[in-house]
Design a protein around this ligand. Structure first.
Ligand SMILES: NC(=O)c1ccc[n+]([C@@H]2O[C@H](COP(=O)([O-])OP(=O)(O)OC[C@H]3O[C@@H](n4cnc5c(N)ncnc54)[C@H](O)[C@@H]3O)[C@@H](O)[C@H]2O)c1
Length: 324
């Protein structure tokens, strides 16, 4: 029998890739998204689309009209910076939204929930690469809301008083990048922002000294891990890092983006601004747990992933140029 999957946030960057992969694997897919940062055209053909806000329980319940076998809760506000502008809004989208999805799962007896958590819950970790066993100590409101969401679904997964089986897995994703990452939205992934800058001939602005480092992982590697986890019992009840296991400084990343476009820093194309609150200094995923429970092995190198993303971004820029 065809299994049903609900992908919240399936009109966004990561969610649309996940919805696409689930369709390819034979799932009947429904997407719930309020289109606040996602695009209707990113919802893959073949998926049902419901426009709704995860902060409203009624909207979430509507997406459970035909109870899914698995829910991938990807919808969320994804910006550390915006969480400082409006912490209450951040908490309501990321934490209350998750509690609504959790509530609907239990009411519909949906047995499986996968959650988009984040490396931001680690704050300034005491060692690198960061294993999941380090105590969470977020330094942004975004990290706090992701931690609350993650703990809520995992504690529910541990409950023994529920009438039906319920198992959750949370993915602590590091810096995910790839095709369909926004090239315009200044609050989204840093690589998409830099690519947009370079293609539009704008100056690149680095916050802080640029020596902070990040772990970039391609979206294809990430969504493969999500779908591999669905039936993998070893992943039930766990929070699992998803990264590449390698880190690169923001300065080196900017140089790589410029180089890929046949350019360098001449002409003062790179400028520096003050570091922003909530900025972590160094991040790199310890992938031991992902390897052990999912056999996770990132397949897309940063060079290849950058090339692919840039090719897609050039296509976007060309079609924007052709628009009337
Ligand atoms: N991109 C990363 O590097 C990264 C890393 C760690 C965690 N995450 C998390 O992964 C998820 C997806 O991130 P993304 O990079 O694809 O961002 P995105 O903004 O492209 O995707 C988020 C999607 O959720 C939708 N959405 C937002 N608020 C909603 C609401 N209240 N109700 C319904 N839909 C809503 C948006 O319209 C969008 O389609 C987010 O939860 C984010 O916090 C992302």
């Amino acid at each position: 029998m065809t299994r049903r999957a609900l992908v919240t946030g399936g009109a966004g960057f990561i969610g649309s890739h996940l919805a696409e992969r689930l369709l390819r694997l034979g799932y009947a897919v429904t997407v719930l998204d309020d289109l606040s940062s996602g695009l209707r055209e990113y919802v893959p053909a073949g998926a049902d689309f419901l426009r709704g806000d995860v902060r409203r329980l009624g909207d979430v319940q509507a997406a459970f009209a035909r109870p899914p076998d698995v829910v991938a809760h990807v919808a969320g506000q994804a910006s550390t910076v915006r969480s400082f502008d409006d912490p209450g809004w951040d908490l309501s989208v990321n934490a209350v939204g998750t509690l609504n999805v959790l509530h609907a799962c239990l009411a519909a007896r949906t047995p499986r929930l996968l959650l988009a958590s984040s490396m931001t819950i680690y704050g300034h970790p005491e060692r690198l690469p960061v294993p999941e066993s380090l105590p969470p100590r977020p330094i942004s409101y975004y990290g706090v809301s992701k931690w609350a969401a993650e703990r809520a679904v995992l504690l529910t997964s541990e409950r023994t008083d529920l009438p039906a089986p319920f198992r959750a897995t949370a993915f602590r994703m590091f810096n995910v990048y790839g095709e369909r990452q926004s090239l315009e939205n200044p609050y989204q992934g840093v690589l998409g922002i830099f690519l947009g800058n370079v293609l539009r001939d704008e100056r690149i602005r680095i916050f802080g000294d640029g020596e902070q480092s990040r772990d970039f992982v391609h979206v294809d590697d990430v969504v493969r891990a999500w779908t591999d986890a669905i039936d993998r019992e070893a992943s039930f009840g766990k929070a699992i890092n998803l990264g590449s296991g390698e880190r690169i400084s923001i300065n080196a990343l900017v140089d790589a983006v410029l180089r890929a476009q046949g350019r360098d820093r001449s002409g003062g194309v790179v400028e520096y601004g003050p570091a922003r609150p909530g900025d972590q200094r160094h991040m790199c995923a310890d992938l031991s747990l992902a390897r052990e429970v999912l056999g996770f092995q990132p397949a897309v190198s940063l060079d290849d992933g950058l090339e692919r993303t840039l090719a897609w971004a050039r296509g976007q820029a060309a079609s924007a140029g052709r628009a009337p």
